[in-house]
Design a binder for this molecule. Structure first.
Ligand code: UGA
Length: 449
């Protein structure tokens, strides 16, 4: 099938690349001409594991192409995936201006009927507005547009794997015809008829994802309800962690035992610095906003958001208690990205931590396997080191902000010899307190004995 992807950010590129690998002809376009030039030159503008391989393969097979001419991309595709950003406004409400802009482009450029699919994360009822906008902007009343919602459940860092091996594919449609088109698009993924770059053709057997057909409103709601629930779970674990500290219990023991109940599940119960990234913080806000706009009180989510914001305060209480005076101290910050395996620093807790350290007069040395170049322009006062051991040299304290494997594997007995003081404050609970104490470290983490 001929598919158009509008928006070559992380969601658009992963969607385009994976659907091309599944055998479709994909036409990608973006308002950012520089990005399109980069892609044409074979450069992937974001770090996402396996994405470069999938794109390279799709280009070689002539299954994917890039153009800055949105009109051309719109005319050629039978189905158009909208993958543009929906950032938060100051009020927390999702800014849908990019969706509106794309709707106008589609309505004006299309010459043949199109199925227009919302892939961007949008609040419920956006589909209704999109359908209205397509009709209003269309100068040729003869072109028919159908709308569908197909939310993504991709995690940054494992997005390619998630796309090829989904738990579920949700398609919200207006009619059976659109449902059938979406089934055809995803059939190669569900039937595993593609070359999997993650497992080299040896995908684990086991349950395959299910394609669920719903209404558009339900599909939109499923996305926000899922992300907000996961955020809620993290904040719950963080409050349990605070309780553990007061009572003298161990949060890992508590959450592990809780999670063994299949009704609860072990994932997303890791306590620490809290959630960041471009999804949970903005989605939870947008969901609160949507609920209140239709007269539903979602205080529970407001509490989860508040708990998350307070994680940085809790981290600083630990830093202050251990370091006493922050001014003039040399502090090594391990991790900039909002989580491991990505170069994404949007709403990254590490950046808030660094801003506060700088405000209080600390000398900050930071290390991250992927996110240094993105952070440098935002925080030029920091000294950056590719090598974490270089960041730790002479440091009065090490602060762990991201759970990268490279940091998990640090040889602290070696690093301790070069640090000015053996002090680690771990925002991601990466190390064994017992081992750290054996190596002569003062070690503080979240909710552990
Ligand atoms: C999240 C969802 O997990 C995806 O399903 C969804 O598709 C995506 O948002 C999206 O809406 O596009 P992502 O933002 O990539 O994916 O990151 P997660 O792996 O969910 O982690 C989010 C944050 O929560 C990170 O800062 C992570 O460090 C933190 N976290 C996660 C915890 O603090 N504790 C945990 O137990 C798990």
């Amino acid at each position: 099938m001929r598919l158009t992807v509008i928006g070559c950010g992380y969601v658009g590129l992963v969607t385009g690349a994976c659907l091309a690998a599944a055998g479709h002809e994909v036409y990608c376009t973006d308002i950012d001409e520089k990005r399109i030039e980069q892609l044409k030159a074979g450069k992937v503008p974001i770090y996402e594991e396996h994405l470069d391989k999938v794109l390279k393969h799709a280009v070689a097979e002539k299954k994917i192409s890039y153009t800055a001419d949105a009109g051309e991309a719109i005319r050629v595709g039978e189905v158009i995936f909208i993958c543009v950003g929906t950032p938060p406004k100051d009020t927390g409400e999702a800014d849908l201006s990019a969706i509106d802009h794309v709707a106008r482009q589609i309505a004006q450029e299309a010459r043949t009927p199109k199925l227009v699919v919302e892939k961007s994360t949008v609040p419920a009822l956006t589909g209704v507005q999109l359908q209205k906008a397509l009709a209003a902007y269309s100068q040729r009343g003869s072109v028919k547009f159908e709308v569908a919602s197909n939310p993504e459940f991709l995690r940054e860092g494992t997005a390619v794997e998630d796309f090829f091996h989904p738990d579920r594919i949700v398609v919200g449609v207006e009619n059976e015809k659109s449902a059938e088109v979406m089934r055809q698009i995803y059939a190669p993924i569900l039937e595993r008829k593609f070359h999997c770059p993650v497992h080299g053709g040896q995908c684990p057997s086991g349950t395959r994802g299910e394609l669920l057909v719903t209404t558009i409103n339900s599909a939109e709601l499923i996305k926000h309800a899922s992300n907000s629930f996961l955020a809620l779970k993290i904040s719950y674990a963080n409050v349990i962690s605070d309780l553990c500290e007061r009572i003298g219990a161990d949060v890992e023991e508590v959450t592990h035992a809780m999670g063994l109940d299949p009704r609860i599940g072990t994932q997303f119960l890791k306590a620490g610095l809290g959630f960041g990234g471009f999804c949970f913080p903005k989605d939870i806000q947008a969901f609160i906003h949507l609920a209140s706009s239709v007269g539903v009180d979602f205080d529970m989510l407001k509490a989860a958001e508040r708990v998350n914001k307070q994680r940085i305060d809790r981290f600083f209480e630990k830093i202050r208690k251990a370091l006493w005076v922050i001014k003039g101290k040399k502090v090594a910050v391990l991790g900039l990205a909002f989580k491991a395996n990505t170069d994404d620093i949007r709403f990254a807790p590490a950046l808030d931590v660094i801003r506060r350290l700088l405000e209080e007069g600390a000398e900050v040395h930071a290390s991250d396997p992927q996110a240094i170049s993105r952070t440098k322009p935002l925080l030029p006062a920091v000294t950056y080191h590719e090598d974490p051991y270089a960041a730790l040299k002479g440091a009065d304290a090490a602060l762990v902000c991201t759970e990268w494997k490279a940091f998990r594997n640090i040889d602290w007995s070696k690093a301790g010899q070069t640090m000015s003081r053996r002090l680690v404050i771990d925002g991601r609970n990466l190390y064994s307190p017992k081992k750290m104490h054996e190596w002569g470290f003062e070690y503080y983490s979240f909710g552990r004995l």
